[in-house]
Design a protein. Structure first.
Length: 307
């Protein structure tokens, strides 16, 4: 009928680039938009810190996802994190999956160590040339400017000391070109991923995200979103009436229209980090697997941590 699981997964990846919420206080759009543009262009790289994420999908199956990552970007990428997913199915016991992971850069390669449900470890090695690392870990002016071109309107949100929140409306027609440009700039072939995400990006329309910027430190400290409406539009567009009965179509629409999706991110720059070194036991025990088997399991610190 419709590829719900793949569409929702694709929506999650796409929404990591754009997050939304509601306005707190109104301000002239042009002035707020220019202030947001200047603050975005002034953002600096977060070389080491903590990145936390939470996501809630409520539907027939309720899913709560949370992750925490301590990372250092220089001189080499290193990270230590944990993820936890809680799944609630009607009339079934609540299920919780928790895991840990490590990131380690080694000679233009990024090695990801991920803990399995049986507490064993696997690892995946991915090529990461110097130029690609620079794109991932540093504020790329071309990409930042491209992201600003997707902005349709901006309002000032709540101010808290040096921290100012902005409520940004994204132009739905400009999301796909931006995302394709961002993917292509990695220098890798991303045709398969773009093909999967394209229906999501082309059907979710305009939406807003709230981002908080520390104007003194020139860094993003948080993002929040209620992505319910974009998610509903994207998933509803995937329903194929020719492959199901009118009753099944209506049932699917009812499920989607009753579903909600929210996401939040928080970033903290830290002077002191916990030990990020991969334990010898983990390094020796981990068995090599293909990179695609780890997708969705670990979050690599990229521009989300700095812009």
């Amino acid at each position: 009928m419709f590829k719900g699981k793949k569409i929702l997964m694709a929506a999650g990846m796409a929404m990591a680039f754009f997050l939304g919420s509601a306005a707190v206080q109104a301000a002239p759009t042009d002035a707020a938009k220019e202030q947001f543009r200047q603050e975005t262009l002034a953002l600096v790289d977060c070389e080491k810190g903590k990145l936390a994420m939470e996501a809630d999908l409520k539907s027939m199956v309720n899913c709560h996802y949370e992750s925490e990552l301590y990372f250092s970007a220089k001189p080499d990428i290193a990270g230590k994190g944990k993820v936890k997913m809680t799944i609630a199915v009607p009339e079934q016991p609540v299920s919780t999956i928790a895991s840990e992971y490590y990131l380690q850069e080694n000679d233009e390669q990024l090695v990801v160590y991920f803990q399995k449900p049986d507490n064993g470890w696997v690892k995946s090695t991915m090529a990461m040339p110097a130029e690609q690392k620079k794109l991932y870990m540093e504020s790329n002016k071309e990409l930042v400017q491209a992201s600003l071109e997707t902005v349709k309107a901006v309002e000032l949100g709540q101010a808290n000391g040096d921290r100012q929140s902005y409520i940004v409306t994204v132009d739905g027609d400009k999301i796909m070109p931006y995302f394709a440009k961002a993917m292509n700039m990695t220098g890798q072939k991303q045709d398969e991923m773009l093909a999967m995400i394209k229906p999501v990006l082309e059907n979710m329309g305009d939406f807003t995200y709230t981002v908080e910027i520390d104007r003194a430190k020139h860094m993003v400290t948080g993002m929040q979103a209620d992505l319910t409406q974009p998610m509903r539009k994207a998933v509803l567009s995937a329903i194929d009436p020719s492959k199901c009965t009118p009753e099944q179509v209506q049932q699917a629409k009812d499920i989607v229209n009753a579903s909600t999706l929210t996401i939040s991110l928080k970033t903290v720059a830290l002077d002191k980090l916990p030990n990020l070194k991969v334990p010898k036991k983990v390094a020796c025990e981990a068995k090599e697997v293909k990179a695609e088997l780890l997708k969705g399991g670990a979050a690599v610190p990229g521009n989300a941590a700095s812009n």
